[in-house]
Design a protein around this ligand. Structure first.
Ligand code: DQA
Length: 145
């Protein structure tokens, strides 16, 4: 079970086109490639799933039990109110890293609350596409402990 699941929520399929001044100009495929490149360096397989639907993300988190040793999740706007994502993550039995490309704490007040942060082992925010490397490194350190 040397596998990590990279989960992305609503609107992240628009990466590259959507507000590039905030999220960068790389496409979602380039984001996944970068995450795979780093995962490979650490000897992990990386599965990726993006959805604009909360329930699909919950299904995927439920299926991750005993299949992936860790989840790196960028829930998009669901970060701020997606309690079903919170509950699904509580039931997951591996490492959880919350990741955001931007730093939501520097942005509008409604982005300052994360319902995912309390159930994550840690959060990596504000480093754009470099956040995958930091997230996988952090996940690896927790697993090795
Ligand atoms: C985001 C931050 C969220 O507030 C926003 O709704 C997103 C992207 C990020 O990666 O910075 O969709 O999760």
């Amino acid at each position: 079970m040397n596998s990590i699941l990279l989960l992305m929520g609503p609107n992240l399929n628009m990466l590259g086109e959507r507000e590039p001044e905030i999220y960068g100009s790389e496409t979602i495929q380039e984001h996944v490639n970068e995450a795979k490149r780093v995962a490979d360096e650490f000897g992990y397989e990386l599965a990726h799933f993006q959805s604009n639907n909360e329930g699909d993300l919950v299904d995927r988190i439920q299926k991750a039990r005993s299949k992936h040793m860790g989840i790196i999740i960028n829930p998009g706007a669901l970060t701020h109110y997606g309690w079903s994502i919170h509950d699904a993550l509580v039931a997951f039995n591996g490492v959880i890293i919350e990741m955001h490309l931007s730093n939501p704490n520097q942005r509008e007040p409604w982005r300052h609350t994360s319902v995912v942060a309390p159930v994550a082992d840690g959060s990596i925010v504000g480093f754009g596409i470099h956040g995958y490397e930091l997230s996988i490194r952090a996940l690896h350190q927790i697993i090795e402990k």
